[in-house]
Design a protein around this ligand. Structure first.
Ligand SMILES: [Zn+2]
Length: 413
């Protein structure tokens, strides 16, 4: 259907442009170099025949594929992000192409003895006989999310070249700064003007995600009292020791390293302290909204108990909601999941529907009024040197985009 070499070349063109984002820069976009890819994409979209190609001042690219129907169907959208994770360098990506992979160890870098092995990354074995694109062991690959960008551009190009395939109006958007949590921040939902959308930003083939964590941060400030240790009896309050008790009062099994699936957690990720003051930084995560609220209340109640016991405000808690489970916004429009699932099954892809143990730009967009589940882009081992993507998975994701467009045209005929 779509040419394998063509999609490979397109992907390689994108990943060799460095677009690493920066969590410490409040500017928009957070790095100037994201413009390098944005400009290439805007030009390419015009070239393949997309309409209303617009690269705005915040580095968001939007474009339209007009409907070729003589009846009304909902306008839908496809979204991917152009930046790569600041967790690992994305400069000078030198991809390796492994054709007809046989399930063996892949030597990414002989000099540095960096090996991508199915002994450790078992998922590799499902791609025997396929073409893998890997790193040279010194950078990330950028399949997150340039695979998604590649698939959207390729699907639009295919639809333009095959006017016999019927589809409604399709909007696409490429955003900057997803990896630093800001991809949805300046996303203009009204301007995008679609009824719903899909982010092409999942991992392995088949993934279809519409549940993510409810998320909050909690800053626990423990105030002690410093007195000369020689005269401290009955007077000193050591904030570090109180903080230690506070930590131990939370359910010790409910931590990231002890939970999976739908299990939520409290994650202590930073401690700063001395006798006078200790600050504990937590994040709270749960898919279930009730349990999420209970977790927040528990943190408060433990603090209240301490304060009561000491008869003063020893512990102060500041809890801030960060994002919410998009499920709330998707359940009322479940047909948008059903359509994606049906298309996968028709293309011999086994849908893998599972909760995301994190957030997505799609969840923020869903709460901004654009229901936005997430579909696989095909890559594995994101944000590091072992990242790879099978070309066949990118082809399948492209087929899914085309298939969704086609299905909506048929459904509303
Ligand atoms: Zn991503």
């Amino acid at each position: 259907m779509i040419d394998k070499q063509h999609i490979t070349d397109r992907f390689i063109k994108y990943i060799t442009i460095d677009t690493e984002s920066d969590p410490n820069n409040p500017a928009f976009p957070s790095t100037e170099k994201q413009w390098d890819l944005a400009k290439v994409l805007a030009e390419e979209l015009k070239q393949i025949g997309m309409q209303e190609v617009d690269l705005d001042k915040n580095c968001y690219i939007m474009a339209t594929l007009p409907s070729n129907l003589d009846y009304e169907v909902p306008t839908i959208g496809f979204i991917a992000h152009i930046d790569t994770s600041p967790d690992f360098t994305g400069a000078n990506v030198k991809p390796k192409i492994i054709k007809n992979y046989q399930g063996n160890d892949i030597i990414l870098n002989k000099e540095k003895n960096i090996v991508l092995s199915p002994d450790y990354f078992e998922d590799l074995l499902q791609y025997k006989g396929q073409t893998l694109i890997t790193t040279d062991g010194t950078t990330l690959l950028g399949a997150d999310d340039k695979a998604g960008v590649t698939e959207i551009v390729s699907a639009m190009e295919y639809l333009i070249q095959h006017p016999e395939i019927k589809h409604g109006k399709i909007r696409i958007c490429f955003t900057p700064d997803e990896e630093v949590g800001k991809g949805a921040h300046l996303f203009n939902v009204e301007k995008f003007g679609s009824e719903w959308a899909y982010t092409m930003d999942g991992s392995q083939i088949g993934e279809l995600e519409y549940e993510n964590f409810n998320a909050a941060s909690a800053k626990v400030t423990v105030t002690g009292k410093i007195v000369h240790p020689g005269y401290a009896k009955g007077k000193m309050i050591n904030s570090m020791l109180i903080a230690n008790e506070y930590v131990a009062s939370l359910p010790t099994e409910e931590t990231p390293e002890n939970t999976e699936g739908y299990e939520g957690f409290f994650h202590l990720h930073d401690i700063q302290g001395n006798v006078e003051q200790t600050i504990l930084e937590y994040i709270i995560r749960d898919h279930d909204l009730d349990l999420f609220e209970k977790r927040k209340k528990l943190m408060q109640r433990i603090a209240d108990d301490f304060n009561e016991e000491f008869n003063q405000e020893l512990i102060h808690i500041d809890i801030k909601n960060q994002y919410f489970n998009m499920k709330e916004k998707i359940t009322p429009v479940m047909h948008i999941i059903d359509i994606a699932e049906e298309v996968m099954l028709e293309n011999n892809i086994k849908p893998l529907i599972k909760p995301i143990r994190g957030g997505t730009d799609g969840s923020q967009l869903s709460y901004k009024g654009l229901p936005c589940p997430n579909i696989f882009a095909g890559g594995h081992n994101f944000h590091g040197r072992f990242e790879y993507v099978p070309v066949e998975s990118m082809l399948k994701a492209t087929e899914v985009i085309v298939g969704i467009a086609e299905k909506i045209a048929n459904k509303y005929a």
